[in-house]
Design a binder for this molecule. Structure first.
Ligand SMILES: *Cc1c(COP(=O)(O)O)cnc(C)c1O
Length: 412
């Protein structure tokens, strides 16, 4: 494929997200010595001298078109399952303000969620760095993406899920070749098992933000959004926030693009959307604290954002505050109403987490925190088809005469 894609990256070093300590590139890293996420830093000046918007526009419509902004050195290490660019769908029929609303439908990616962006990068880098065995806690979609990419890379994968992880996720993880267990706890309990087993099982810990490259994969959401919008970003981005990889990654993308002069004007306000039953980031935002305390008794239909404690909490809060956005919680009831509304009015089947962004948008339009004229991008992070849908009980008997003029449909 891309002959120029071999041997060089623009990565200069890695950096502790908390204190800025530097770490060497091309080595296996987990968290920084301070126990915080590592961020990949690039020689942006050389990068900008080597690639142009026009060159990118001519490449395949997949996330590897942004390769200069990514850490993989050798094309041979890329693990591919078709990481397509996802559509930005205008929503014209939803009750909204006067500004434009788009849904970025990430459900089109391999394994049906945007976890594919992060995991294709983390697994490609694991392959490049010679890692043979990995483990991860998951609420579902991350495990599914991990299973698919690890299997493709020939890397052995161990996955630990909270007991109430959606059945479909546990099954797809197993079907795609990972070793998966249900655990009688929440995601951070599963994360504890991954940490504790490290020594005895000899696996590398691929937990959210505990390795540096998933953020880089999720960063492509921001690069792609900028390119799709002709390098002019929306006023507001609503992001369903669990571990926050995507929000942190997008904010990093915008800062990198801004520093090489590819975008100008104001950056979007980043809004972290959580469920009322698990809203540690919202609480910390409201209290003005830089870190979030663990949320007790987490419960929500939106399993992907049921994360009581996020290692990258301070990075989420920093991005939200720097961008003059905010963090907001919505009820499960509002989430399900929003899902039904988007499906019935727009023909777009959102996952519950994606529906949470729509619910939050409508709530904050009403509260005035978002003004009616602002343009907004809502992130639908997974295909709605992975989640239970309302039952349909109507039926017809085709052996008896049917009065077609009398077909009634409640809801008409
Ligand atoms: C993982 C996940 C999220 C949360 O994404 P983060 O970037 O980890 O905050 C939201 N929705 C779905 C469907 C997910 O799988």
């Amino acid at each position: 494929m891309n002959s120029e894609f071999s041997g060089d990256t623009f990565v200069s070093h890695l950096e502790c997200g908390l204190n800025g300590d530097r770490y060497a590139a091309d080595q296996i890293h987990g968290l920084s010595q301070a126990g915080r996420p590592l961020l990949v830093r690039y020689d942006l000046e050389s990068l900008a001298g080597s690639v142009s918007k026009r060159m990118i526009a001519e490449r395949l419509p997949e996330l590897w078109r942004y390769r200069e902004f990514l850490p993989v050195r050798h094309a041979a290490n890329i693990v591919r399952l078709g990481e397509v660019m996802t559509p930005l769908i205008p929503a014209a029929r939803l009750p909204a303000g006067s500004g434009q609303i788009w849904i970025k439908d990430e459900g089109r990616l391999p394994t049906g969620s945007f976890k594919a962006r992060g995991l294709c990068m983390a697994i490609s880098m694991a392959k490049e760095l010679g890692i043979r065995r990995i483990a991860m806690p998951t609420n579902g979609n991350a495990g599914a993406a991990l299973a698919a990419y690890a299997t493709r890379a020939g890397i052995e994968a161990f996955v630990f899920c909270p007991e109430d992880t959606p059945e479909i996720n546990v099954r797809e993880i197993a079907a795609q070749g990972a070793k998966v267990w249900r655990v009688n706890g929440l995601i951070h309990d599963c994360g504890r098992l991954v940490g504790q087993g490290k020594e005895a099982a000899g696996w590398f810990d691929l937990s959210t933000l505990k390795e540096p490259y998933r953020i880089e994969g999720k960063k492509t959401m921001g690069l792609e959004l900028a390119e799709q919008m002709n390098w002019r970003l929306p006023d507001v981005i609503m992001y369903p926030t669990g571990g926050g990889t995507g929000l942190i990654g997008m904010w990093k993308a915008f800062q990198e693009l801004q520093s090489i002069g590819w975008i100008d004007g104001k950056l979007p306000r980043m809004v972290a959307v959580q469920a009322a039953g698990c809203a540690p980031i919202v609480r910390a935002y409201e209290e003005g604290s830089p870190h979030a305390a663990v949320w007790q008794g987490a419960h929500t239909v939106a399993a992907g954002i049921r994360v009581p404690a996020a290692v990258g909490d301070f990075l989420i809060l920093r991005a939200v505050r720097e961008s003059q956005g905010f963090a907001v919680a919505v009820s499960d009831e509002a989430i399900m109403t929003a899902r039904d509304q988007a499906a019935a009015l727009e023909g777009v089947l959102l996952c519950p987490e994606g529906a949470a962004t729509l619910a939050a948008y409508q709530q904050e339009l009403a509260s005035g925190r978002i003004s009616p004229g602002e343009s907004v991008v809502l992130f639908n992070c997974a295909t709605g088809l992975k989640y239970p849908l309302p039952e349909v009980t109507r039926s017809l008997n085709c052996d008896e005469p049917i009065d077609y003029s009398q077909l009634v449909y409640d809801g008409d």
